[in-house]
Design a protein around this ligand. Structure first.
Ligand SMILES: [Zn+2]
Length: 409
């Protein structure tokens, strides 16, 4: 039966209870709160009459059968895991909203295509350093060799985390889905930005999803006594690194009109002592945008800036590309269907780009994919203050249900 706002509020609040801490919600991938959250959703899927299974990676899948078993399924879904001290809407809205939409579909009458709700595991990179692992496996794009070497902060390997729930890292490849079995994927998600709020629109129809280029920059200077080394004789790695941080910020500012952003999010100073001139600094850079040319230009400018700085400072810099993915376009056909659904539902909408990565990036490699955004208050996300109005969530669910219906009827 069609679920009302009260039900949606209840379920989202209930999910927020799993992993609730002093500050925000910590529901890291494959930890107990994450699994408890999945179990809670699984029970709701069963109650809704869905056929429920977990794949070899632990992705939770609830399926509403269609009348014609030979037709490919229409998929929706998102994730339940969070960053440390995260909020209650990122990912959860797409899972709970997806389930609410399936209830709508059950009311709308028999569908020819099956509809599946997927709870992707390990969307956030917080625990193992890799993002969207569940959807990567499902689309056959995960670097499982690299994954088999990673450990979390407590020294637990990814393989051990899997085996704790009777999953075998050697089997996860079997979770790959075939394109022929899937008609489309549509994900409902909070914007995690402030474009919709500023423009006063309720729905964003996502056109492109930015993909991060990640760099590790290592600056080598010379560690020396902070008292006895004269200023003009120093090779201070942190001074060079600081200049690089400022240069990256400047370069990204120059490109911001193209939708490109860059962040130095981590800086490690060695040996990290008050009386030693820093001998080495490692920094992690996250560069992303929706225009590939702008990203390539930024990369070149960062390289140029680094060579100028290191020449002046007489330090040595190594730059390692940790990942470089291209921005991903959503399917124009699905995007049109979402727009039409906004018109049918009678809500305000606009086209939008996503700066954050999502499971939809991977899914788009095997099936026509679209994303529906709803506003994030003040653009805040990955933070306990993350908030989305429940009225907006309800509109998002209406648009999702309408879109799934058009695809599955
Ligand atoms: Zn998310």
């Amino acid at each position: 039966m069609k679920k009302n706002k009260e039900w949606v509020v209840d379920v989202i609040e209930e999910v927020a209870y799993f992993g609730k801490g002093k500050r925000g919600i910590t529901r890291l991938a494959f930890t107990e709160p994450d699994l408890k959250g999945q179990e809670y959703i699984m029970n709701l899927m069963v109650e809704a009459g869905l056929t429920v299974r977990k794949d070899q990676m632990g992705n939770l899948i609830g399926r509403l059968e269609g009348q014609d078993k030979t037709l490919p399924a229409v998929l929706t879904g998102s994730h339940l895991d969070t960053v440390p001290e995260g909020g209650k809407f990122d990912g959860v809205v797409g899972v709970v909203g997806g389930l609410a939409a399936i209830h709508y579909l059950q009311d709308m009458g028999p569908l020819r295509h099956a509809v599946e709700l997927i709870v992707f595991v390990a969307e956030e990179s917080s625990r193992f350093g890799f993002a969207t692992m569940g959807s990567k496996v499902m689309t056959g794009s995960g670097d499982i060799t690299a994954w088999s070497k990673v450990k979390d902060q407590n020294g637990i390997t990814f393989a051990e985390a899997l085996s704790e729930q009777n999953l075998d890292i050697k089997q996860i490849r079997l979770a790959k889905r075939n394109s022929e079995d899937i008609k489309a994927f549509v994900e409902l998600h909070i914007e995690q930005g402030s474009v919709l709020e500023k423009k006063g629109n309720v729905i964003g129809v996502v056109q492109t999803i930015a993909a991060p280029t990640r760099l590790k920059i290592t600056v080598e200077g010379m560690a020396a006594h902070s008292g006895s080394t004269p200023m003009e004789e120093r090779h201070d790695a942190l001074v060079s690194a600081s200049m690089i941080v400022l240069a990256i910020n400047e370069i990204a500012l120059d490109h911001s009109s193209q939708g490109t952003v860059a962040t130095v999010g981590d800086l490690k100073v060695h040996p990290g002592s008050i009386n030693v001139i820093p001998g080495m600094v490692e920094m992690l850079v996250d560069l992303r945008g929706i225009k590939q040319e702008s990203i390539i230009e930024c990369l070149q400018e960062i390289k140029d800036a680094i060579s100028t700085i290191t020449e002046e400072q007489d330090t040595i810099v190594a730059m390692e590309m940790m990942s470089a993915e291209k921005p991903v376009d959503m399917s124009p056909e699905i995007s049109k269907l979402i727009e039409q659904s906004c018109v049918d539902v009678g809500t305000t909408y606009q086209l939008i780009h996503s700066r954050a990565g999502h499971d939809a990036v991977n899914m788009s490699k095997i099936t026509p994919t679209g994303m529906i955004f709803i506003p994030s208050k003040n653009g805040i996300s990955h933070n306990p203050d993350e908030y989305t109005e429940y009225d907006d969530i309800m509109v998002g669910i209406d648009v999702l249900a309408e879109t799934l219906y058009k695809l599955a009827k």
